[in-house]
Design a protein around this ligand. Structure first.
Ligand code: HEM
Length: 319
């Protein structure tokens, strides 16, 4: 059976104008209580999203821009479905370690990536979800991201150029028939970075360009010999059998400028978790330039079930 993107959640488009990333963990409650509340929530999820899309639709017939991916971690899977086979590559992200830098693993059971052109819709979606989840969860992290000028990362460079374009993106984002039971699902890696913007902003543009590997204004790629050896677009590349591998990246900036809390919420969706993991390992192994002025605050892997799998979960077919 080939992949069918219409059964996948919103894992390859769109990045959105207003973005909410939420990581929740289960409270220390009896497993049966968690299972029951989760099943109720999953049953409510589809009608909530559908209703919001109707409410957000434009009077002139334009469709709603609301896009959502919702998933669960390996830890959550073990609690909710201890007797059910898992997606093949689902595991706890254990962190990655390089000679100088590390990327930590942080807690998380449930994950939401909600985006739309209208912040009110994003708010309403998370608010309605929490009505069904707040009794059983605690917040690990809640971050509001936004689209920056021209789709640039907060460090001023266009972000996403070498990621697949939308016509081919589904093939990189969605699990295929290598895992038939979980086809049209996806592996989402969510990682919150804080940047030392004072350090970065003091760097001359020419040095920033060498650090990223591209020109800042035009976005043209530099010749390899003009890049730093640990330029981000060198260190983050990952190959298998000599072939460069790709994932779908939907990073956006977040910022509270008054307190200086500014960074990038990295969001990667992949058909194969091992590809994202390979990129992360290469970044720490090569001391990616981004790591020299950043602190990594969170990181966890989540499985984003297909719409079909969500329905089976709501029907109690997995328990
Ligand atoms: C969180 C801070 C990050 C920022 C601000 C950032 C920004 C960028 C920018 C500006 C580019 C160049 C344009 C493009 O091709 O998209 C890029 C490329 C890339 N990034 Fe990141 N990135 C971040 C983290 C990561 C992480 C954690 C990964 C891996 C899991 C990653 C994987 C990649 C890849 C694979 C490329 C394309 C390299 C190429 O083939 O040229 N990035 N990133």
């Amino acid at each position: 059976m080939p992949i069918n993107p219409k059964y996948a959640q919103d894992v390859w488009k769109d990045i959105g104008e207003s973005v909410q990333f939420t990581v929740l963990k289960f409270k220390d409650l009896p497993v049966a209580e968690l299972q029951e509340a989760f099943t109720t929530f999953v049953g409510r999820y589809k009608p909530i999203v559908h209703s919001l899309r109707i409410r957000d639709g434009q009077p002139n017939g334009l469709p709603s821009s609301l896009k959502i991916a919702f998933g669960l971690s390996n830890h959550a899977w073990d609690i909710l479905y201890p007797n059910t086979a898992k997606p093949k590559e689902l595991e706890d992200f254990a962190g990655v370690q390089g000679p100088k830098y590390a990327m930590p693993a942080t807690e998380g059971d449930l994950f939401f990536h909600i985006r739309a052109n209208n912040q009110a819709v994003v708010y309403e979606a998370q608010e309605q979800f929490m009505r069904f989840l707040k009794e059983i969860t605690e917040v690990v992290d809640s971050t509001q991201g936004f689209r920056y000028f021209e789709g640039r990362a907060i460090i001023g460079f266009i972000d996403g150029t070498e990621a697949p374009e939308s016509y081919e993106a589904a093939d990189y984002a969605i699990i295929g028939d290598e895992d038939e039971d979980f086809i049209n699902g996806s592996y989402a890696f969510a990682q919150k970075w804080r940047h030392n913007m004072d350090f970065w902003n003091k760097m001359k543009t020419e040095h920033q360009e060498k650090a990223i590997g591209r020109e800042k204004f035009t976005d043209l790629e530099l010749e390899d010999e003009d890049k730093y050896h640990n330029a981000h677009n060198v260190a983050s590349q990952y190959e298998e059998n000599g072939e460069e591998q790709k994932i779908i990246r939907m990073n956006v900036p977040y910022s509270d400028p008054a307190s200086g809390n500014t960074g990038t919420y990295f969001m990667g969706y992949a058909r194969h978790w091992r590809v994202t993991k390979g990129m992360l390992q290469n970044m720490v192994d090569q001391s990616d330039y981004l790591l020299t002025f950043s602190e990594i605050l969170t990181g966890q892997l989540f499985f984003i079930p297909s719409r079909t799998t969500l329905e089976a979960m709501a029907d109690g077919a997995f328990s």
